[in-house]
Design a protein around this ligand. Structure first.
Ligand code: HEC
Ligand code: HEC
Ligand code: HEC
Length: 465
């Protein structure tokens, strides 16, 4: 009886809403298109789609140190998706991390950044997820988290401490519109800090905007990929990159000075390549306004490394010998690579980042430079886990981190190589340890076997922006 009453009340309410024309507005194709674009900026697809699964139907496993979380179905299916969510409930989930049933979402969903999404953009996203996305019936999988964190209330304490109450983005007084737009995209829907900002002891991002120097100053390894500093430091950051370099990198994944790899490959393939040019310019412009943090001086190219490599035999079991035998064919003795194909290693900030995890990882597992709509060819680097021993990987990684004037800190040992090369246990080469269980709170798609790009990049060119 009570239930029927509530249902009747619900029906009256929704008729009431419809008759006020709000439901109609939400079906406005322009609004839905705006929402679709914002979903690209926020990369909702990458996390909410399982490998080979249907778009936004959830089920992607996200491994964390406390167990596995599965992303949820956010298609408008009434039973298994978010078809029954009102606009306010949707806003609470996306900006506050509070589910329709009132429980707290695990922060694998980046609501700390999404808290800055404006009301107008939340509305557009809602319109898209209600009326622009096909409903898919797919029940959610329950999380596999260790007790007591499997009860969601401890997470709500975390949320109260570290997730700000939504403060939709407001430009700072006097901020020019381009910088303001870039700041909004980076700190809000783009959630760049989720990977590029260091995290504290309970995994909270140390800063959510540029009011603190740690913001975007380089993150901890996620799935053994290290997101480097995006500050204006010249060796470890973007100090030597022009705005055009940054915008082109985000659009095509490859510029003369770098090629996208690891977790950032997903971001480019699924998200940034689809952004409008003026938004990419705004992001680049904003990033260039961030001051240096620990600038180590300018990078200066040193020719000695090339001279040494020119006189090194490929048979020598040293860093230089391994480089000549295995790497020089693509990355060249001068460390300059081949523009937009094989990235330069000389002066490349990712090599000079203090944590070598990414570099070990790319050498052990190789990588595929994702094809984008603007640079459709896929170029690959082989993985060396069957060719080199961990000790040899350490030698060659050390060599490139210090070659041609690169000034990375510290040496890399075989033990680091074993630690950073999750999955290397399958290798037949001797000396590999059992896969260490690196964790991946935010890594949207696994790399390596079964790795897939967005359907558009799969089939070639999608010019729809
Ligand atoms: C980095 C990964 C990631 C991104 C990006 C992401 N989400 Fe999520 N989202 C998750 C995970 C994981 C969960 C489930 C968390 C849990 O179970 O506590 C979730 C949960 C949700 C929920 C709650 C759904 C429910 O079942 O009640 C909604 C709504 C949602 N996300 C919408 C979005 C939208 C819209 C976007 C883009 C604007 C987005 N998400 C981007 C990972 C992500
Ligand atoms: C899922 C984690 C993740 C997210 C989210 C992410 N990045 Fe990255 N980013 C990385 C990783 C890992 C690298 C290092 C690999 C590379 O250089 O391609 C990287 C590299 C970069 C680089 C190249 C830096 C260099 O020195 O080579 C730029 C520029 C960049 N990211 C910008 C952004 C922007 C802007 C955003 C937000 C729109 C963003 N990233 C979001 C993980 C991420
Ligand atoms: C067949 C050509 C080829 C060979 C051989 C090769 N690489 Fe690469 N390398 C690439 C490509 C292509 C990428 C970009 C990969 C990606 O986007 O995932 C890359 C990326 C890298 C990167 C990341 C830099 C960046 O900006 O993307 C490093 C570091 C690297 N290679 C080191 C090495 C080392 C060390 C060796 C030898 C052990 C080696 N490579 C052998 C083609 C090659």
């Amino acid at each position: 009886m009570k239930k029927a009453l509530i249902m009747a009340l619900g029906a009256t309410l929704s008729i009431g809403v419809a008759s006020h024309g709000i439901a109609q507005d939400l079906k406005d194709p322009a609004l839905i298109k705006q929402g679709a674009y914002l979903a690209r900026v926020a990369d909702c697809m990458a996390c909410h789609t399982a490998l080979h699964g249907q778009g936004y139907a959830g089920g992607l496993k996200i491994a964390t140190p406390i167990g596995s979380i599965y992303s949820t179905n956010i298609t408008p299916d009434d039973q298994t998706g978010i078809g029954s969510y009102s606009l306010d409930e949707f806003a609470a989930a996306v900006r506050k991390g509070i589910r329709k049933d009132g429980s707290t979402l695990y922060p694998a969903m980046p609501y700390t950044s999404f808290s800055r999404i404006t009301d107008a953009d939340i509305r557009a996203l809602y319109a898209y997820f209600q009326y622009g996305v096909p409903a898919v019936y797919k029940p959610n999988r329950s999380v596999n988290i260790v007790w007591p964190l499997s009860m969601r209330w401890p997470i709500s304490i975390w949320r109260m401490l570290y997730a700000p109450s939504p403060r939709p983005f407001q430009p700072q007084p006097g901020e020019d519109p381009v910088t303001a737009r870039g700041e909004y995209l980076v700190t809000g829907p783009g959630h760049c800090g989720a990977c590029h900002t260091p995290r504290g002891v309970v995994m909270e991002e140390r800063a959510l905007d540029a009011s603190d120097d740690s913001y975007l100053s380089g993150g901890a390894p996620i799935d053994n990929w290290v997101a480097p500093s995006l500050r204006s430091d010249r060796k470890e950051g973007l100090g030597e990159w022009s705005e055009e370099d940054i915008a082109q990198f985000l659009k095509t994944g490859r510029i003369d000075r770098a090629a996208v790899f690891g977790g950032m490959g997903d971001v480019v393939a699924w998200s940034t390549q689809h952004l409008h040019d003026d938004d990419l310019q705004a992001i680049a412009h904003y990033l260039k306004t961030l001051p240096k943090v620990q600038d180590q001086g300018a990078y200066i190219y040193k020719n000695e490394t090339k001279n040494e490599l020119d006189h090194t035999a490929a048979s020598m079991n040293t860093g230089a010998g391994i480089y000549v035998a295995q790497c020089a064919i693509c990355h060249k003795n001068d460390g300059q690579g081949v523009a937009r194909m094989f990235p330069p290693l000389a002066g490349n900030p990712v090599l000079q980042t203090h944590n070598p995890a990414s570099i070990v990882n790319v050498v052990v597992h190789g990588g595929v430079l994702p094809p984008t709509n603007w640079a459709p060819s896929a170029v690959a680097m082989p993985g060396y886990q069957n060719i080199l021993t961990p000790n040899q990987v350490a030698m060659v990684v050390d060599y490139v981190r210090h070659g041609w004037g690169n000034t990375a800190h510290g040496d890399v040992q075989a033990s680091d190589v074993r630690k950073f090369s999750k999955g290397a246990a399958d290798s037949s080469a001797s000396g590999w340890a059992t896969a260490s269980n690196g964790w991946s709170l935010l890594s949207p798609q696994p790399y390596g076997e079964g790795w897939t790009f967005s359907p558009e990049t799969h089939t070639g060119v999608d010019n729809a922006q």
